[in-house]
Design a binder for this molecule. Sequence first.
Ligand code: ZN
Length: 269
Amino acid sequence: MNIFLYIIIFIMGTVFGSFYTLAVYRIPKKIDITHTHSFCPNCNHKLGFWELIPVWSYIFLGGKCKNCGKKIRPRYLIIEVMSGFTFVLFALATKVSVETLEPSLLIGFLFMVLYITAIFIIAGIDLERREIEKSVLYYALGILVLYIIYLCIVDKTNICRYVMYLAITLILLIIDTIRLKKTAKSCYLMSLLILLMFMAVFTGEIVTYLTIIMTLLIIAFYVLAKKIKQSRNKVKRDDKEIASNLNFGFYLGVSNIIITIFALFIANY
Ligand SMILES: [Zn+2]
């Protein structure tokens, strides 16, 4: 029975993954993410039912648009599959099974799904454009408030530290919104700090510290590899230029998801 449950969870993950690719493409372009029908960005051909099924449609269409034959980036398929596996790993790590299906476990899993959604979209947009979208941060703030209310009423957890993180997040968001009005550009560092606050609430302080360490290690390796490549090619590039191209939000998001899964496995097995 459990195998069916996990197949359903995997399919659910790919459907969400398909939504992530759509959101990463549309949110920065300010295209509606829920009401506009899915279309091919090349020829505007509206996708039919069969073309909307994640993973399957990509294989079925041979990675091309049915109408104009333009190649669909493999990234879409990769994100859908990765998202499916992420959902399965989270379910395994939290011991979701047919026997243990109870409301509290389901609600916990639902909050995790909402959280992963925010992280995937933030990381995806950051990878493409090196910016963290304000609207996604507002969405994350919404689920953060819901989560704290849930912990307070249903779980009867002491929510002091959560409220503290919420307060810091609100202050940072207000400062950044005021700044945005003046300079028309959101502060990247401020958005990263807000992202870390979300991580601290949803995945805990220890996981957040480990996330920061892993991110710094990845970046150190990346910069080192880049420097070696440059010295081989005898290209001189400004360090500042390398730093301003680093996708911190993306690395933080990926590190956080990996470490959270590991931490859940260690805690539950
Ligand atoms: Zn097309």
